[in-house]
Design a protein around this ligand. Structure first.
Ligand code: GLA
Length: 485
């Protein structure tokens, strides 16, 4: 599409969102964001007149936390907040990327692409491109591109900004190479690609970013990926509140996240041994869940797992392996970094109990949505929060404050959303209480409680975007303007 034509179109439409954009977005801010994206692209890559523009949305997970990598279901929805990309193919094999918030990066499509240092935004772009190369083969991905990324999503907030960036890049790389991939296949490829950044993640974020539907929550099952859509209860609104405590997946939260996944692998391995299950067929806790059913699984867990946190030595003995074998199988994350033994030990029972009970809550949540029952859905969100806090231990004092305030302000349910350790809460609020709910949370958390977390308070004062958002489900990733059209 000719860049100037897009800009003129946006100007004429402003501030209304109509036509194809209106079918994707609920809010009207997108014309503003697209204009800024294209103006930046034009400044940074002068002379490029033909552009493609695409979006990959973030998500809010309504219920089903830390279940995806266990092969168990989740229930997220895609949101209007997204990563936008404007791009144009190059004649050579260079990839040049710019982003108003971060330094420019540049790499070549040759051999295995080198990673930047940990935490660099370029790594997510590298991951997306490498993920496409790994899926379709190096020979099909030879042409470089210029791209400007624009993030409308807060980072490190548990709204999946990193996966959206990986998905947006993967789609860009496919377009430039003139290739197509089914969204379900692409979601799997992008989840594997994200592991390139050192996170041993599941497939939820990539799946919802690609397969989200407007006005619909998704129930997603994994291995193989399956999606059911269902509307939210009528007369209720989803509200996301950003605690402003950053849970950067590249810092401690990365180790904490990967450790949770490792503990689930350990629980799976120990159950396999104790129950003499065929370990070649059991790849994750979800496989045992479907083999035994939740009740028997919970009983077996109680019988075979101790309540306390195990040490490495103890677990190696329980598994009948040497400490060296333990280190090899469970001592490192996907990028080879060491996973230290947690201070509290490996809490198999508490962690696995969360995963199993959370799965039950996702199934019930689907039923609650089918019945249009917001109060029931809310109660399940609360139970999920308690389990995330007490069994999985992924909450944060600021999140606990926000949830307590949200419930006192009248939410039907409230919980942390995403990986945890900070970030956002999600609440379900009856429409007739929405206004007073927003006012009370704004006053009690953002004017008062947040002072207890000086860094979060500082961040809150510096950022212009609202940390309290009433959201409707948005569409999944798609091209907004085609190249050459
Ligand atoms: C992160 C991961 C997901 C999922 C959630 C927790 O967002 O990327 O795969 O595990 O945490 O539910």
């Amino acid at each position: 599409m000719k860049l100037q034509e897009v800009l003129n179109g946006l100007k004429n439409r402003y501030p209304q969102v109509t036509g194809p954009l209106g079918e994707i977005y609920n809010n009207t801010e997108v014309t503003d964001h697209l204009t800024r994206l294209l103006v930046t692209f034009a400044e940074r890559f002068p002379g490029e007149s033909d552009v493609g523009v695409l979006r990959a949305p973030g998500r809010v997970n309504l219920i089903g936390e830390h279940t995806d990598y266990n092969g168990l279901p989740v229930m997220p929805m895609a949101i209007d907040y997204d990563i936008l990309v404007a791009f144009s193919p190059r004649e050579d094999n260079l990839v040049k990327i710019v982003n108003p918030e971060f330094p420019d990066r540049e790499f070549e499509l040759a051999g295995k692409i080198e990673r930047y240092s940990s935490g660099d935004w370029g790594n997510y772009v590298v991951a997306g491109v490498q993920g496409i190369i790994d899926s379709v083969g190096r020979k099909k991905v030879t042409r470089g591109f210029n791209a400007c990324f624009y993030g409308v999503l807060p980072t490190s907030a548990g709204l999946s900004s990193s996966s959206s960036l990986v998905v947006a890049t993967g789609m860009t790389a496919l377009r430039v190479a003139g290739l197509e991939m089914e969204p379900v296949e692409l979601a799997g490829a992008m989840a594997r690609a994200e592991q390139y950044t050192g996170i041993d993640c599941g497939e939820m974020d990539q799946a919802v970013s690609l397969l989200g539907e407007k006005d619909m929550a998704l129930k997603i099952d994994f291995f193989p990926l399956r999606v059911q859509t269902t509307p939210l209860p009528p007369d209720y609104t989803v509200v996301v509140a950003n605690s402003m405590v950053e849970a950067a997946k590249t810092l401690n939260a990365k180790i904490a996240y990967n450790t949770r996944h490792t503990v689930c692998k350990l629980a799976t391995a120990l159950l396999c041994r104790r129950l003499e299950l065929d370990s070649t067929k059991i790849r994750r806790l979800g496989d045992i869940f479907y083999e035994l059913g939740p009740e028997r699984l919970l009983t077996e867990m109680k019988k075979h797992f101790k309540w306390h946190g195990y040490s490495r030595l103890e677990l190696a003995a329980e598994l009948g392996i040497t400490l060296e074998q333990f280190e090899q199988r469970f001592g490192g994350s996907v990028d080879g970094e060491t996973i230290p033994e947690p201070d509290c030990g490996y809490k198999l029972l508490a962690r696995a109990r969360h995963v199993v009970t959370e799965t039950g809550r996702v199934e019930q949540a689907l039923e609650a949505l089918h019945n249009g029952d917001g109060q029931w859905f809310g109660r399940l969100m609360n139970e999920s929060y308690y389990s995330c806090r007490d069994n999985y231990e992924i909450s944060h004092p600021a999140i606990d404050d926000l949830v307590a305030i949200a419930l006192e302000a009248g939410a039907a349910g409230s919980r942390l959303t995403g990986a945890g350790f900070g970030g956002c809460t999600v609440s379900l609020v009856a429409d007739h209480k929405l206004e007073s709910f927003m006012a009370e949370v704004r006053q009690r958390y953002f004017e008062d409680a947040i002072h207890a977390y000086p860094e979060a308070h500082l961040r809150y004062r510096e950022k212009s975007a609202s940390p309290l958002l009433a959201l409707k489900p948005s569409c999944g990733a798609r091209m907004l303007y085609e190249l050459g059209s």
